[in-house]
Structure formats: structure tokens, C-alpha cells
Design a protein around this ligand. Structure first.
Ligand SMILES: [Zn+2]
Length: 106
């Protein structure tokens, strides 16, 4: 399997201007719900690493959803996120849970 096998989620490509509800759904499906973080994204198979802590879909969704998080919050969508998914959405990139998988032996 090459990295080319991991692509953007089709729903994101087809949406054009995605709704907040779709962004939240994609974020929940493409980020780990809880610790410990798995080696790969369970939806698209992307291998997490310090260099690539987000899968391609999560990397596109994260800035869009952060920008619209108050809109998402108003509609109650963010309450669907787990604690880990909320932290990964709103904390600084260096604190992403998926960036820490390489430190497992720590
Ligand atoms: Zn993914």
C-alpha cells in the first residue's frame, strides 16, 4: 500500500461547501475517539506519525471546523465529539493525540 491509497473522503470532495454537520461527522469518523490512539485512521487507513498526525480528510476538515465551531456549537453538533476528538479539534497542533503515537515507549 502506498500513501497514494489514502485519499480525501469522497463526501468531502463531493460536498463543495460542506455543512457543519458533515464536517462534524467527518471529524468524528477520521479522528480517534479515545486514547490510546490507534496506529491508523480507522476510516481511511492513514498511518499516524509525528509528521502526519492527521489523515488527509481530518487535515482539511480541522481548519474548516475550527473556523465554524461556534456555528457548530449552536446546533449542538460538537456535543457528539468525544473528549479526545474535542481536544484534537481545539488544542494546538503540537498537542494532537495522533502526533504522540511515536512516543509510545516513553
Ligand atoms: Zn481518515
Amino acid at each position: 500500500m502506498t500513501t497514494d491509497a489514502v485519499r480525501l473522503d469522497n463526501r468531502l470532495r463531493e460536498a463543495g461547501f460542506p455543512s457543519v454537520a458533515l464536517l462534524v461527522r467527518l471529524w468524528t469518523e477520521h479522528t480517534p475517539p479515545a486514547l490510546p490512539v490507534p496506529e491508523r485512521c480507522r476510516t481511511c487507513g492513514h498511518f499516524y506519525s509525528a509528521e502526519a498526525p492527521l489523515c488527509p480528510t481530518a487535515a482539511v476538515v480541522r481548519p474548516l471546523l475550527r473556523r465554524r465551531r461556534f456555528e457548530a456549537d449552536t446546533h449542538g453538533n460538537l456535543s457528539r465529539l468525544t473528549t479526545n476528538q474535542t481536544d484534537d479539534l481545539l488544542c494546538a497542533p503540537k498537542h494532537l493525540s495522533t502526533a504522540l503515537t511515536w512516543r509510545k515507549d516513553f
